[in-house]
Write a protein that binds this ligand. Structure first.
Ligand SMILES: Cc1ncc(COP(=O)(O)O)c(C=O)c1O
Length: 343
């Protein structure tokens, strides 16, 4: 994908998940104990000290969220305060200054509005991905928190993260861990993702969509599916998703838990998902902002290949969850109170 595309040249129905340089990004600096007002800039390059803690010690965190175009042409965000809260937790874990919730949501609205023409049209299946991040900067060398930081947010139009949308794909259970017990798995920090590159590459080389991680302590329970959370639907219609302190608390997952219970009238539970008990599931999927809902066709566990619903068709419960979630995000289905913020 080239980086000098213009909105009028984009085939909105054929977008992948790649960097596109849009017109504006929001940037704010933290110095002497406080954040400045922040501003929009056209410059997509950062000029930072070689001693920046983000570069050496991974003192950085980020978020991933989306803006959606509705049928009436307006633009809306899905639960942006949840991203602000999660970023606060990530900052606290890495001793970085918190970017206040209200300022966060205002900054996101500003950067989306400034790049309005890049928000894909309604009905194309594409959305505007938003990437807020905070990095430790300044002249440092010892292992300690920086005194200065940048908060920034940039945006780009994207299509589905896992190719094929609601078409199921297969995943590979890896021996690698993405996080340690009491480590940083529940924070959205770059180090977790650096460690996932190798297992992800190995999975893709074997034609799987991504790696599935087990709990780092016992390697008996499902934790994450690449950069997404796992959910399964049991044969007696219970929606189950793993609970663990080393999983990233997915905003999509908590939204699905609510929708499964309140809109689909399923029983729901957050608990252990033992890899040797996956026979209990008639359907399974990965969920996240980028992944939306990606049905898991089959799971490779060492030499065994386990198929859930089907390798080619999405299951009916997963489909209903998808329609409910995406309907809310794009304004076609009534949202629970507070879930939608208009830009
Ligand atoms: C490791 C990991 N798990 C889960 C998710 C899904 O989280 P969310 O639904 O908040 O996007 C993501 C993506 O943000 C992720 O990177």
């Amino acid at each position: 994908m080239t980086t000098d595309l213009r909105p009028e040249n984009i085939d909105w129905k054929d977008l992948g998940f790649s960097y596109i340089k849009t017109d504006y990004r929001f940037i704010s600096y933290y110095k002497d104990g406080s954040w400045d007002e922040g501003t929009l800039t056209e410059d997509n390059q950062l000029h930072i000290s070689e001693g920046s803690t983000a570069l050496h010690y991974g003192q950085q965190c980020f978020e991933g969220m989306k803006a959606y175009r509705t049928a009436d042409g307006s633009i809306q965000l899905f639960r942006p305060y949840e991203n602000a809260k999660r970023m606060k937790l990530s900052c606290e874990r890495l001793l970085m200054p918190v970017f206040p919730e209200e300022k966060f949501v205002e900054a996101i609205k500003k950067v989306v509005k400034a790049n309005e023409e890049w928000v894909p049209p309604y009905g194309t299946g594409s959305t505007l991905y938003i990437r807020p991040f905070i990095i430790g900067i300044g002249d440092n060398i010892g292992v300690k928190p920086a005194d200065e930081y940048i908060f920034s947010a940039f945006v780009m139009p994207v299509g589905p993260y896992f190719k094929g949308g609601l078409k199921p794909s297969n995943f590979l259970v890896t021996d690698y861990d993405r996080a340690a017990p009491k480590g940083t798995g529940a924070a959205k920090v770059g180090g977790n993702y650096a460690g996932s590159l190798l297992p992800g590459k190995e999975a893709k080389e074997r034609s799987f969509s991504d790696a599935v991680y087990l709990d780092p302590e016992t390697h008996t329970k499902i934790e994450e599916v690449g950069a997404a959370n796992f959910f399964g639907i049991t044969k007696d219609d219970l929606f189950i998703t793993p609970k663990s302190s080393s999983i990233l608390p997915s905003i999509t997952k908590y939204s699905l838990l609510w929708l499964a219970e309140n809109r689909l009238n399923l029983k729901v539970s957050e608990g252990d998902v033992y890899i040797d008990q996956i026979n209990q599931f008639k359907e399974a999927g990965a969920c996240g902002t980028a992944a939306v809902i990606a049905p898991i066709g089959g799971l490779q566990i060492k030499d065994d290949f386990h198929v859930f619903y089907s390798e080619t068709e999405v299951g009916p419960v997963t489909k209903r969850l998808y329609n409910e979630l995406v309907g809310i995000q794009t304004g076609d289905v009534e949202a629970p109170e507070g879930w939608i913020v208009k830009v």
